[in-house]
Design a protein. Sequence first.
Length: 166
Amino acid sequence: MLRPDPSPALVASFRAAAARMAGLGLVNPALAVEAIGFAVRDGRWIGVLVTPWCMNLVAAPCDPRAWPAVAPGAKVRLTFPAGDFEFVGAHDGAAGEYLACSLFSPVFEFADQVTARAVAEQALVALLDAGTAHESGPIERRIEAPLTRRDLLRGSFLRGDDGARG
């Protein structure tokens, strides 16, 4: 039996956690919990989970029988067109087993949910594009300067450049 999309259960669990964490110093109050782009890719659910304290790439089984057992906290590498990425095993009472790869933590780089959502969408595009592969992984780069809409749409935060054309 194939597992349904785990993102609604993850969102519900993380929204409950967000309510408990409100006001803590590691929380960006401009952000909310949201699942971005969850779809089946290579036999597993892949998407990005945005929260007020982190943004994680999430992988979850479509068929739990074909999913390798990964203990919570244990690390495993998954291969995507853009390269290999390290994930940490996790378990949620409602969503079941899943793997998480930190993209941003904390998430103070994001002024609003719209920007966080756009970055999550671009991270998924980059993950699935072999042309973005390089040694450190295209979606592991942290944004060091304020992100403009122009930089985001040109994808320069993923390439690590300043957007200059050469």
